[in-house]
Design a protein around this ligand. Structure first.
Ligand code: NAI
Length: 361
């Protein structure tokens, strides 16, 4: 399992990312990257990343930004304009989890980042990790989620008392853009198939338009197989046999749910990397688990996801030697199985796990 798992990972992560061209001339001068440690366990796992990167001599200079305590009128959220400018200028960033108070009437921090930075696609590679046994050994798929509209357009209102309405917006522009990204990704990464996930049999206009756009783009990529799968059937197929899928592209809400389902297939949210792609080559890599308030500040968080995400960020920056080095150290630490944190059924502390990764560098 271990060696085939490593092969699988190499195929998944080893290729150059689409946006690597923006950073093709990396020298020994440090690269500035924005770091949002985030809330809850965020600062603890961000500390792990900083220590691991430092120990591995990675030429990254972090520009740290924290979520503010007051709403910035320029962003209408707790994220400041300066934080957003930092990502715009550095064009690359790493983001820990950010807590969103439910129903408090202000804009979600994640939504603010997506909208303000036009992060139109969310990409999550999901692959079986060598050394971490789950129900399947052969998961190797990529979910690509439209990130800016659909059910998450934020257009909700009360029609009359007791009746509320939420608008699902699908546009040709955003659908073509994410479909193009999915096919381009498939081509660049040697993937064979793109599946568009939908419910166009019921939502004929919205999902119908999404599919129409996917079909248009598919025609430009004759070497990549294209198929359409209804969301409910997709869920059933994924849990029965995830090897049936390669690259999945879908509107926002389906992507939110399916990408977490896929994370569950390979060990959960604490182990899965994710990257938001924006126009102009912006890449904001992020943890997909939340701020875990129940274990925050207790040194209990599994720090795997954020360094793994940092590895994706390094690949995006074309720093492949350091990426390989850190990735192998993480995988070897997991495979060794000496420091499982509580979510993996063990008792190890965040700092112990981090030190073990550093020892494997
Ligand atoms: P959560 O992911 O924070 O926690 C769910 C469960 O998973 C908890 O039992 C937690 O202890 C555990 N968990 C999560 N990450 C872990 C890690 N690295 N190591 C070990 N255990 C881990 O989800 P929840 O409770 O729904 O959300 C809490 C807050 O996080 C909310 O304010 C939510 O809005 C926010 N959130 C932020 C996200 C982001 O910034 N990308 C994503 C999901 C939630």
């Amino acid at each position: 399992m271990a060696s085939s798992g490593f092969q699988l990972l190499k195929r998944t992560l080893g290729n150059r990312s689409t946006a690597a061209r923006f950073f093709s001339s990396v020298s020994s001068t440090p690269i500035r990257a924005t770091l949002f440690p985030g809330d809850g366990i965020g600062p603890e796992i961000a500390e792990s990343v900083k220590q691991i990167f430092k120990a591995a001599d990675v030429p990254i200079e972090w520009e740290e930004h924290y979520v503010g305590t007051e709403i910035d009128p320029r962003t209408q959220s707790f994220l400041t304009w300066e934080s957003l400018e930092s990502v715009r200028q550095n064009r690359v960033g790493l983001k820990g989890p950010m807590a969103t108070p439910i129903g408090k009437g202000h804009r979600s921090l994640n939504l603010t980042l997506r909208k303000e930075l036009n992060l139109y696609a969310n990409v999550r590679p999901c692959y079986s990790l060598p050394g971490y046994k789950t129900r399947y050994d052969n998961v190797n798929l990529i979910t690509i989620r439209e990130n800016t509209e659909g059910e998450y357009s934020g257009l909700e209102h009360q029609v009359v008392r007791g009746v509320v309405e939420s608008l699902k917006i699908i546009t040709r522009q955003a659908s073509l853009r994410v479909a193009e990204y999915a096919f381009h990704y498939a081509k660049e990464h040697g993937r064979e198939r793109v599946s568009a996930i939908h419910k166009a049999n019921i939502m004929q206009k919205t999902d119908g338009l999404f599919l129409k756009c996917c079909r248009e783009v598919a025609e430009k990529y004759p070497d990549i197989k294209y198929e359409e799968v209804v969301i409910d059937n997709c869920c059933m197929m994924l849990v029965k046999n995830p090897a049936l899928f390669d690259v999945l592209v879908m509107p926002n809400l389906y992507g939110d749910i399916i990408s977490d389902l896929c994370a569950g297939l390979v060990g959960g949210l604490g182990l899965t990397p994710s990257c938001n792609i924006g126009e102009g080559g912006i890449a904001l890599a992020e943890s997909i688990h939340g701020s875990a308030p129940d274990i925050a500040g207790k040194n209990l968080a599994n720090p795997t996801a954020l360094p793994m995400i940092g590895v994706s960020m390094l690949r995006h920056l074309n720093i492949h030697d350091k990426a390989d080095h850190i990735q192998n150290a993480i995988l070897n630490t997991i495979a060794e199985g000496r420091y499982p944190t509580a979510d993996l059924g063990g008792k190890a502390k965040t700092t112990e796990f981090t030190n073990a990764i550093i020892d494997h560098l």
